[in-house]
Design a protein. Structure first.
Ligand code: ZN
Length: 156
């Protein structure tokens, strides 16, 4: 297990479309384990492959119980409603902005044992799924932000 470097905005790797995961092997498990460590250390809500320099369709997303769910080859198969809320990204440090997302989504994905799952999510979790899956298609929230990109306050 190790903490990997997080790719920052301006690096063209964040603009590329990722390819599906096809090899479910030890290399993939090590990558996912490292992503858990990296995300926990950064205290983020999600982390996608390209953010650690890997152009494959995989991500971690913080779910309702605040654990990180591994999603491999994920796809949003249904969405409903609309919400607007603040969003940030570990690849765009020190910034946040308001983004419209669906209120509810259904995501289909594989786990590391290659089993397929379908999961419904609402509110913050739905937002996190959308944000991470956008990364896999080379998109950042900054492209769809409503209004200005704001600075997070240094002091808490
Ligand atoms: Zn992000």
């Amino acid at each position: 297990m190790a903490i990997r470097n997080i790719v920052k905005v301006g690096d063209e790797i964040l603009t590329k479309k990722c390819r599906p995961v096809t090899d479910f092997n030890q290399r993939l498990f090590t990558l996912l384990d490292d992503m858990h460590d990296t995300l926990a250390a950064a205290e983020g809500a999600g982390l996608a492959g390209p953010q650690v320099g890997i152009l494959r369709r995989l991500a971690l997303v913080m779910v309702e119980d605040e654990s990180y769910l591994e999603i491999i080859n994920p796809e949003i198969v249904a969405s409903e409603g609309e919400q607007e809320g603040s969003e940030g990204c570990l690849s765009v440090p020190g910034k946040y902005g308001m983004v419209k997302r669906p209120m509810k989504v259904t995501v289909r994905y594989q786990d590391r044992e290659q089993n397929w799952h379908e999961r419904e999510a609402e509110g913050f979790t739905a937002r996190a799924f959308c944000h991470e899956i956008d990364h896999l298609d080379g998109h950042l929230y900054t492209e769809i932000v409503d209004g200005p990109l704001l600075d997070t306050e240094e002091a808490e």
